[in-house]
Ligand binder design. Structure first.
Ligand code: UGB
Length: 619
């Protein structure tokens, strides 16, 4: 029979293990006509691949799955014996003195920072077919997530080089089969967005086999009997990959002291990450999770201190689907609800983690980077014996906290203003509307963009700028505020101190509906009024001073899409299109000193040309 054939072949040991694990269905029923030899071989190769890429092989995977599926069927509480309480952590008001002090401390420590971006998810929930890293963070500037992230690291690197000349801050990107090639292509196409190619390492996670039932039978693809269904194993894979790739060890030998983890679509992440690094250093945290106030039932985990009956305790993320049952079963009979502040008392985990490299490496040595797994089957009925669709084991990167010994120093840093630190792009328009109807933020492509403008406007207001009121709009059925479209590159300002040194807030007036985009490291704004659209773009060594400029033109419009007219996919998920009527472009592509508008008294004849922008056009 085919089973016997498979047992005799080079994958015989694996086949016999699988038979012992009750997986005969994989080999049964192959037509015995020889024509299917190649297909059978393909299946065996896939099994071998899955076996090689899971710690302990398929045997361990199926054994772990059986145990977790049994627990899930029995409705076992993953936190049995634990009582949750609201943990104590650092709470920072964005742009407060304390915030800035931590930010500066983070900048001082940045020469020891390495970054890890988890980007293996494809964003099916968003309804976008490309990789999320390629989506523009905002349409005003048009830079994609990967560009903004890389530029932010390079901006921090420039500050870090004041402490450690020549240092390069490394970035690892975890990809998956779904995202790997497109991520590599995006980097290559844009010359790594200015980073040294050696600074960026892609580490690819492998998928795991799907399971059809509580007995952990592996799932065959209904459209190809010789192929197993596979799905992503979750962002928790990042730890074992950093370990097994040798990257962590290499970083440590290069002097890396802290590792900052972040996700694929939060355009605000670097507003708070330097301060979180500062908090980690100041308090010598082994693990520091960045958090924001969380709305009850919002699809972000809650950070809780859990104390076990036996005295153990840990500060960990309790995922959104587990928080409500845990609270109901213990301290909060009403479950996951808001308190009088209008937010859940448990801070919201946004999966931006800062870990100390020394203790992280020790843990990874000990555990191989393995993270506690879970399974989340969607059952067909209340007997919990059949699944609606195949499931798989998963793991989450924040569960690293669970692996730490109780004496480890774990903490978190709450940024009290969600607007300053967190607005991910996760949900398709229809789901986004449903989230809002249920009282949660939409976490849509619409708000991901609009929240950047809002954050920038609010920050500039805090510096004394006059910023026009937002327009009330409806995009994709979401009622939103459209603030003036202000966007700047991280090279212009990453930290608040940089922003303050480049912008004299008191001299800045941005009208309602106006747009301002600034790109360039050495641009200074002393006195500027924008009523329309202005884009400033300057070469790294062009020193530009805007002092006394008024821009008044037709500007840019964010227009709701007409459902009958074609639009790009990234426009559909946002629900608007940008119409650029008039733009004042100030471009400086040569090094030099430029003052705008040119000051008659300062211009000497032979320098006059240099002082004028290359183009000052109204298009
Ligand atoms: N990701 C991978 O790299 N590989 C995978 O296999 C899966 C995902 P989701 P999720 O901050 O909003 C997380 O799907 O998992 C990457 C936290 O668990 O966007 O539902 C993927 O590319 C939750 O506590 O989020 O929820 C993306 O970059 C809360 O913090 C990242 O992992 C929530 O994010 C997250 O994947 C949040």
């Amino acid at each position: 029979s085919n089973v016997e054939g498979a047992l005799k072949g080079k994958h015989g040991k694996l086949v016999s293990d699988l038979l012992a694990l009750d997986q005969r269905h994989l080999f049964d029923g192959w037509p015995d006509d020889g024509a299917h030899e190649a297909s059978g071989h393909q299946l065996l190769q896939q099994l071998q691949h899955l076996d090689a890429n899971y710690n302990g092989g398929l045997k361990a995977y199926i054994t772990n799955a059986k145990k977790l599926l049994q627990d899930a069927q029995a409705g076992a509480n993953a936190f049995q014996g634990f009582t949750p309480e609201v943990p104590k952590g650092k709470k920072l008001t964005y742009a407060s003195e304390k915030f800035e002090a931590y930010e500066q401390q983070g900048v001082k420590a940045a020469h020891g920072a390495a970054f890890v971006l988890v980007a293996g998810g494809l964003g099916e929930r968003l309804g976008y077919s490309g990789i999320k890293l390629a989506l523009p963070v905002d349409s005003a500037r048009g830079a994609c997530f990967l560009q903004v992230y890389t530029e932010s690291i390079l901006a921090l690197q420039q500050l870090a080089q004041q402490q450690k000349p020549g240092c390069l801050l490394p970035l690892a990107i975890m990809t998956s089969d779904d995202t790997h090639q497109r991520t590599a292509d995006l980097l290559a196409e844009h010359n790594h967005f200015g980073a040294e190619p050696s600074q960026i390492t892609l580490i690819k996670q492998e998928k795991v086999a799907c399971l059809v039932d509580n007995e952990a039978h592996l799932a065959l693809d209904p459209s190809d009997r010789f192929k197993l269904l596979t799905k992503p194993h979750g962002h928790g894979d990042v730890h074992s990959l950093l370990h097994s790739s040798g990257l962590l060890q290499r970083w440590r030998s290069q002097g890396v002291s802290h590792i900052c983890f972040f996700q694929d679509t939060n355009g605000l992440v670097f507003r708070a990450l330097p301060a979180a690094l500062g908090v980690s250093v100041a308090h010598d945290f082994d693990l520091n999770s960045l958090a924001v106030p969380r709305k009850a039932k919002e699809a972000i985990g809650g950070i809780a201190r859990l104390t076990h009956r036996d005295g153990r305790s840990m500060t960990v993320n309790v995922e959104y689907n587990q928080l409500d049952p845990l609270l109901r079963a213990t301290t909060h009979p009403d479950g996951d609800t808001n308190d009088s502040s209008g937010f859940s008392p448990f801070p919201g985990n946004i999966n931006q983690l800062v870990v100390k490299a020394d203790s992280y490496a020790q843990q990874l040595e000990r555990t191989g980077g393995l993270i506690a797994e879970f399974v989340n089957p969607k059952y067909a009925d209340s007997s919990r014996s059949k699944f609606k669709s195949p499931t798989r084991l998963e793991c989450m990167m924040q569960d690293y906290a669970k692996e730490l010994p109780s004496e480890a120093r774990t903490g978190f840093t709450v940024i009290k203003e969600v607007w300053a630190a967190y607005s991910p792009v996760k949900n398709a328009p229809e789901d986004a509307r449903a989230k809002v109807a249920a009282g949660s933020p939409s976490h849509s492509a619409t708000t991901g963009e609009l929240d950047i403008y809002h954050a920038n406007c609010r920050t500039l207001q805090q510096l004394g700028a006059q910023v026009g009121e937002p327009d009330q709009c409806n995009f994709n059925g979401l009622d939103v505020e459209l603030w003036p479209r202000i966007s700047w590159s991280p090279t212009f300002a990453l930290t608040l101190a940089q922003l303050k040194s480049k912008m004299d807030g008191e001299g800045l007036v941005i009208s309602k509906g106006a747009s301002l985009v600034i790109e360039g490291a050495d641009v200074h704004i002393r006195n500027l009024r924008v009523d329309g659209a202005l884009r400033i773009k300057s070469h790294a060594r062009a020193h530009v001073l805007i002092d006394g400029l008024t821009v008044s033109n037709g500007g840019w419009n964010w227009r709701a899409l007409n459902p009958d007219k074609p639009a790009k996919e990234e426009e559909w998920i946002r629900g608007f299109k940008v119409c650029r009527k008039d733009t004042e472009e100030l471009t400086y592509s040569e090094p030099g000193d430029y003052v705008v508008p040119p000051k008659a008294t300062r211009i000497q004849d032979n320098k006059a040309k240099q002082h004028a922008p290359e183009q000052a056009v109204q298009s």
